[in-house]
Design a protein. Sequence first.
Length: 154
Amino acid sequence: MRHYDFTPLYRSTVGFDKLFSMLDTVSSPDSGASSYPPYNIERLSENGYRISMAVAGFTEKDISIEVKENTLTVVGEKVADEADKDRDYLHRGIASRAFERQFQLADYMQVEGASMEHGLLHIDLSRELPEAKKPRQIAIKSASDQTMIEGNTH
């Protein structure tokens, strides 16, 4: 994939630096580390979403979830277990390496909560638009509905 240099656009735009850095991130070639752990994003309702991540081998204590501005960060760090050191694996296919996965959230997205079941971490999100941003109907008044304040008809 080609790499585009957005540097000339930084000089002539104001406030779009986040957009250009996101475009630069999307256009960069994928590395193997960026595909771990695998995840799904699904729409549950008109304003409800769920991110499900396959985190087999991790417990709730091994995973931290943080939301800062519009970035959701999930970090998994497996603490070395004493019983694990004594084991002699012939094949180790269940990954337990540390990971950090970031998701860019749209405006007005809220993290409702997180849960783990059957090796999957579920993060529930919802979009909560403020009343000022929601569409509203404007009533149209006819000329006969308006009352005359002064009787001057010049």
